[in-house]
Design a protein around this ligand. Structure first.
Ligand SMILES: [Fe+2]
Ligand SMILES: [Fe+2]
Length: 480
């Protein structure tokens, strides 16, 4: 079987996997798709479907959990039925413990309407896979499964208009979104079936390693392991899904983001294990090779970035990890909406572009680094790059404050933190600042935070991570 995006589905194609939807019109495995079916998938926001055809007949994708567990999970979360959630958690842990290889290969297919329920079940699948691979005790894994299924229950207390809002959130709306871990905790509070460990994992699922998360601002060792696992896989699932305000990242790009955030947002150990259980190129997914040829991923190899692929044009199967003829060929693009666009820039071209391009000022004394930052952002933003703190102060005096400043810390003459302090002295307005730093030692981090930094980004800059952090800083868009 292979994954075909909605825009490429054609009447007559045979469905290889059931589409699980909470409404009655579920499509069963084996159904021959009609034009009406395809239209309905499109209007409900599905990304695509798994189909079977001659080129993909022998591509097998192991289900991580059974369809029944998936359906029960979605139902239990939708009804906020804690008893059923605990039952489903058990089924899930069992399903995953029986896998031949712990790898979440199947993409979840969901409509816009069912997003939160599918999301919670997915987060539980990923979290249990990570916890199982880490070798945690069964009791601990079960606890993580329950916490993952419950992590966003509190969102039901938030106005759907905020959750589905297309543009950026205002400060009040953003503050309301950030209350959802507390709301989830409150929903579980009186329930005797829920342990305090589960409640702690739930309330801490947006805490970051460096203390920049919410609601408490806890850091590294203060955050329970269960919460660290749920946090990382939660962000991964949000990135790979389609929402009212963004298109999905491909698995490889979402993993890049998670890797970019290790030690800052996410626990490094958790990220390392995650990379072994979530494939960058899952079997059945389409890719475009650097030769321009289009291919489908057939199987894993020991090198995550170089799977076995089959080229559509010729039907030739190539193991990219071994074949000497293909040693210089790489995967140039992949994703659920491959034919529509091939890069994150294009996928997200509407983000941040809603009205006028936002102004971003980049200050960095290294020409190479300045150029990389500018190149990563200039498609979406109006970027000005300058080489020193003094130049930055002069620019602001002449042209006023930009929407965001990306500031290198370590610069001769005047360092980044001092520059920001000077801007604060002159301008009363609050400015959005992201710092760039090669080493994030404790003192530097504390100074950055005192200077009002939203975030800091480690050099060398990972372009996907940088773009997403800038989008979050300007649009407050992640996790709704
Ligand atoms: Fe959340
Ligand atoms: Fe979530």
């Amino acid at each position: 079987m292979r994954f075909v995006s909605v825009n490429e589905l054609e009447p007559g194609m045979i469905l290889a996997r059931k589409i699980i939807d909470r409404r009655v019109n579920m499509l069963q495995k084996g159904v021959v798709l009609s034009a009406v079916n395809i239209e309905r998938l499109k209007t409900n926001g599905y990304l695509g479907a798994y189909i079977t055809d001659s080129i993909s007949e022998d591509i097998e994708i192991e289900e991580t959990i059974s369809d029944k567990t998936m359906e029960d999970g979605i139902e239990a979360v939708a009804n906020a039925d804690i008893g059923s959630i605990i039952e489903v958690a058990k089924e899930m842990v069992e399903d995953i413990s029986e896998l031949k290889r712990i790898s979440v290969d199947m993409l979840d297919l969901r409509s816009f309407d069912d997003y939160t329920y599918h999301h919670s079940v997915n987060v539980a699948i990923y979290a249990v896979a990570v916890a199982t691979k880490m070798g945690l005790s069964e009791e601990k894994i079960q606890e993580i499964a329950v916490a993952a299924l419950c992590h966003d229950l509190g969102k039901t207390r938030i106005d759907v208009a905020i959750i589905n809002k297309k543009g950026r959130l205002d400060d009040d709306e953003f503050a309301e979104i950030r209350r959802h871990p507390q709301y989830s905790y409150d929903i579980l509070y009186d329930n005797t079936m829920i342990s305090s460990a589960v409640r702690q994992a739930v309330i801490c699922h947006h805490e970051n390693e460096n203390g920049s998360g919410y609601p408490y601002g806890k850091e590294s060792d203060e955050i329970p392991l269960a919460a660290k696992i749920i946090h990382a896989v939660d962000v991964y699932d949000a990135l790979t899904s389609r929402r009212s305000y963004k298109e999905p990242y491909s698995p490889v790009d979402a993993l890049e983001y998670i890797i970019g955030g290790q030690n800052i947002l996410f626990d490094k150990n958790v990220v390392d294990v995650m990379r072994t259980v979530i494939p960058a190129y899952p079997p059945g997914m389409d890719v475009i090779l650097s030769t321009g040829q289009r291919a489908v991923v057939c199987a894993h190899t020991t090198t995550a970035q170089r799977p076995v692929i089959r080229i559509y044009e010729t039907g030739k199967e190539v193991d990219l990890s071994r074949d000497p003829d293909y040693s210089t060929v790489f995967i140039a693009a992949s994703g659920m909406l491959l034919q529509v666009s091939t890069g994150v820039e294009e996928l997200n071209e509407n983000r941040g572009k809603s009205d006028k391009k936002k102004k971003v000022l980049v200050i960095d004394d290294s020409g190479i680094s300045r150029g990389q930052t500018k190149a990563a952002l200039e498609n979406e933003y109006d970027v000005t790059a300058l080489e020193s703190g003094i130049a930055c102060l002069n620019y602001i005096k002449a042209k006023g404050l930009p929407d965001l400043i990306i500031m290198d810390i370590d610069m001769p003459m005047m360092d980044g933190v001092t520059t920001i302090e000077k801007i604060h002295d002159n301008e009363s307005a609050d400015i959005k600042i992201l710092f760039l730093t090669a080493i994030a030692d404790r003192d530097t981090v504390i100074r950055c935070r005192k200077a009002g930094a939203l975030d800091y980004i480690l050099k060398p800059v990972n372009p996907i991570y940088l773009r997403e952090r800038v989008a979050i800083a300007l649009d407050k868009n992640l996790d709704r």
